[in-house]
Design a protein around this ligand. Sequence first.
Ligand code: GDP
Ligand code: FE
Ligand code: FE
Length: 184
Amino acid sequence: VQEQMSEKRFRHVLVVQKAAVELAKQYGTDVEKASIAGLVHDYAKERPDEEMIALIKQHGLSKEIIDFGNNIWHGMAGWILVRDELGINDPEILRAVEIHTVGAKEMTSLDKIVYVADYIEENRAFPGVERAREIARVSLDEAVKYETKGTLQFLIENEKAVYPQTIETYNAWVVNERMEKFDK
Ligand code: GDP
Ligand code: FE
Ligand code: FE
């Protein structure tokens, strides 16, 4: 992992790993899986664009990902490199890496832990991070909710494109009233 990235990013990865281990202990989930997932979550973050685009096409992933750039594809496609280059075959770890940026409608405890650990790791400094840490000490689900809302607010504030799955995550974790399904 270290060979794949700058010193700065590797430092980030190590503190995400640490935060993920702490959350796993606190919430009674598999500590080793959390540790590994934390360590590999940004494995593909510094890959050249051309290589990632080729990977996305080769694996028949939705072409939509390409337009959103590295911020989206280092997770949504990066898990393939984690599997093929690091030989990690645990589907739960790979899934947590896949959705660590955008979340998902349904998330396992491991998914939530990696998603949240990435957001609250000790070197992060942005408005709201302290609140996110407080919430994470109390409820993993509430931390997912807080992070999802904060990310969407940030994207809108900065006029950035919102990946459809980010909206799905928002609808599942932040929206209060249940969305009714009507027959057309
Ligand atoms: P990092 O890899 O440790 O920097 O953290 P993440 O993988 O969680 O996020 C990478 C970047 O993607 C952050 O700047 C997020 O704000 C951004 N991001 C998250 N969701 C979306 C989205 O739906 N659209 C876009 N354009 N960026 C997003
Ligand atoms: Fe990331
Ligand atoms: Fe990260």
